[in-house]
Design a protein. Structure first.
Ligand code: SF4
Length: 234
């Protein structure tokens, strides 16, 4: 676990994903291969439920819900059960992340239905870039402009954007895209497996400038895999 996710534990009552991001294969999907003798659906990263884990929520300050998959592929009835189970950790902060923010609408609706403390739940999405062109070569998830628009419109007070792995972008457009979402924090990281997967990456100067602008706009920025991390103004 990197510093960026310090104090965060993953809770996986649902696992797997069909968005097929190229950078997932050497990371999450490779980790899933360790489950060969326990669960072939985990091994193959097929979206599926682990109902036995529903009440086994880690005792952590922050809990990443279904971090080894995407709840866009989870049935609404089961999302209901996952949301209902969070009452077992009333003092924890829950991170709900999807590359399809429309799926997070169900989560927000259910959290309100159960009268959950809104400040304990944060919605997250990944935006690796602002560029839609050729994005289909990277992932089957909704393209960045659609994803950012849906996330901006998500009716929830607490949001975080993860720019990880960062891909080349257009500075002003990407900055505006993120600021329009009004996230309380942005997490930025370069490709952690450059030997296994090649991505079109921005120069360090360009990424540095984006991070500086985000901070100047009052957004908390957390980083990992940045060789010049110590140079970023606090
Ligand atoms: S959306 Fe997440 S879990 Fe799904 S393939 Fe991409 S990186 Fe993997």
């Amino acid at each position: 676990m990197s510093k960026m996710y310090e104090g965060v534990k993953t809770w996986n009552p649902f696992k797997g994903c069909w968005f097929d991001c190229t950078y997932c294969k050497p990371t999450f999907q490779r980790q899933a291969k360790r489950q060969k003798h326990n669960c072939m659906l985990c091994y193959n990263f097929v979206p599926h439920l682990h109902r036995d884990r529903l009440t086994k929520i880690p005792n952590a300050e922050t809990i990443f819900v279904c971090g080894n998959g995407d709840i866009a592929f989870c049935e609404t009835n089961y999302i209901d059960e996952i949301v209902a189970s969070t009452y077992l950790r009333k003092k924890s902060i829950f991170y709900w992340q999807s590359k399809s923010p429309k799926a997070l609408r169900d989560v927000c609706g259910l959290l309100r239905h159960y009268n959950t403390e809104e400040s304990n739940h944060i919605m997250l999405t990944t935006l690796e870039t602002n560029r839609d062109k050729d994005y289909h070569l990277i992932s089957k998830a909704p393209v960045p402009t659609d994803r950012s628009y849906d996330f901006m419109r998500l009716p929830w007070p607490r949001k975080i954007v993860t720019i990880e792995p960062i891909m080349d972008f257009d500075h002003d457009e990407f900055l505006k895209m993120i600021l329009d979402i009004k996230p309380e924090a942005v997490y930025v990281g370069y490709n952690s497996m450059p030997g296994a997967v090649k991505l079109p990456e921005p120069s360090h100067d360009k990424a540095f400038s984006l991070i500086t602008c985000l901070k100047e706009n009052g957004i908390k920025v957390k980083t990992k895999y940045l060789p010049w991390e110590e140079m970023i103004p606090v």
